[in-house]
Design a protein around this ligand. Structure first.
Ligand SMILES: Nc1nc2c(ncn2[C@@H]2O[C@H](COP(=O)(O)OP(=O)(O)OP(=O)(O)O)[C@@H](O)[C@H]2O)c(=O)[nH]1
Ligand SMILES: [Zn+2]
Length: 361
């Protein structure tokens, strides 16, 4: 068991999770982590081998929300078969954090992106992509998902140190507790800033617009492509499933990085409680509003509007807050409406069927 738990620790297992594994299930199952998600199967790792696995029918048939399926980074209880060439997932263990997003397009639904991420690197490039409002947006996402955000400012090789310090200070003026780290993919000493803060056994992800340097950073961190463990030999998996690239990557330092395709398009995520943490200054102000249900739009005695008026609160920050609150309410409402409609449709079908039966069709 010692050896086993050691292997698991190497891929991120910790005390928090151990406390959430029912003792009796350890006699029945092995603990493993989801390294990649395919169409109907999952690659899982026990820290020693990577194995293709499927969900037990019980989960498949009872699941009625995407949240009930495994995501990259999930910890699961599984049984390994046939000399560790195949496995069945029996249970998803409780999640420390969960990144999900609204499915692209008009459809209102959620997709899971990754689970059990400890730290989100929010990457913005210093030269052109840097934008406080966009930063707030990503911060809401991370806070909403219970993930610690750290800001990485890329392409530091393109600007003078004083300018970079100025930008860092601007961010910390609004958000004093936020860690901000300038770095460069082109300059090894600056790259060490990022490497230096990544801890063995913690799981990281990278969020940020296209072109800010995320791929280059991951390649730099990897040195060469090194995945969580060796992949199942091609021969063994041949014919059954094509080998796809791993989505949970282990670095030499022992830190883990999640890089799934969906991660790159996290732009339109629904947000709710993450707003409160990111805009804590506004929430504090709102306690002084005259009306308890103040929306801070045009109410009399609104402490938030007053703060904007006398310059204590940046008007742009306020506008971004209002915009994101509206989006969040809209997303939640449409999701709720859709669920309701589905339910009504379900009832309709049932009634029709009953009707048919009673008429002897
Ligand atoms: N000067 C400079 N250029 C960089 C740095 N990091 C990345 N670049 C360049 O920026 C461009 C975009 O980098 P990518 O790593 O592909 O950006 P990305 O964030 O992965 O973009 P997507 O894959 O579209 O999400 C490339 O031409 C890189 O060479 C940096 O630190 N300094
Ligand atoms: Zn108000």
């Amino acid at each position: 068991m010692d050896n086993e738990s050691n292997n698991l620790e190497k891929i991120g297992f910790d005390k928090w999770l151990l406390e959430r594994v029912p003792a009796e299930s350890l006699e029945q199952f092995e603990i493993a982590r989801v390294v990649a998600v395919h169409k109907d199967s999952y690659t899982i790792s026990n820290g020693e081998v990577e194995v293709l696995s499927e969900l037990i029918g019980k989960i498949l048939f009872s699941a009625n929300s995407p949240v009930e399926y495994p995501a990259v980074g999930d910890w699961v209880l599984a049984n390994f078969y046939d000399n560790n060439t195949f496995a069945i997932i029996h249970k998803i263990l409780p999640r420390k954090s969960l990144l999900k997003r609204k499915t692209p397009g008009k459809k209102v639904d959620f997709q899971l992106i990754a689970a059990n991420i400890d730290v989100a690197f929010i990457v913005q490039s210093l030269n052109e992509n840097f934008n406080l409002r966009r930063l707030e947006r990503y911060l809401v996402m991370a806070n909403e998902s219970q993930i610690q955000p750290i800001v990485l400012l890329s392409k530091s090789d393109l600007l003078d140190n004083e300018v970079i310090t100025g930008i860092t200070e601007d961010i910390n003026k609004i958000m004093p507790n936020l860690r901000v780290i300038p770095f460069s993919n082109k300059n090894d000493s600056c790259l060490d800033n990022v490497k230096g803060i990544m801890q063995a056994g913690l799981t990281y992800c990278l969020l940020g617009s296209s072109g800010v340097g995320k791929t280059t950073l991951i390649n730099n961190l990897l040195g060469e492509e090194k995945y969580i463990t060796k992949t199942v030999s091609k021969k063994e998996s041949k014919g059954k499933h094509a080998t796809t690239h791993r989505q949970l990557i282990k670095l030499d330092s022992g830190a883990l990085v999640v890089d799934t395709p969906g991660m790159r398009e996290l732009g339109n995520l629904s947000v709710a409680s993450g707003l409160e943490e990111t805009f804590s200054d506004i929430f504090e102000l709102s306690e002084k509003c005259r009306f308890r249900n103040c929306k801070h739009v045009n109410e009399k005695g609104c402490a938030v509007l007053n703060a904007v008026e006398d310059g204590q609160l940046s008007a742009k920050r306020y506008q971004n807050y209002i915009k994101m609150t509206k989006e969040s309410t809209f997303n939640e409402m449409s999701y709720f409406e859709k669920k309701k409609k589905n339910k009504q449709f379900g009832k309709f079908v049932k009634t029709v069927m009953k009707h048919k039966k009673s008429r002897g069709y």
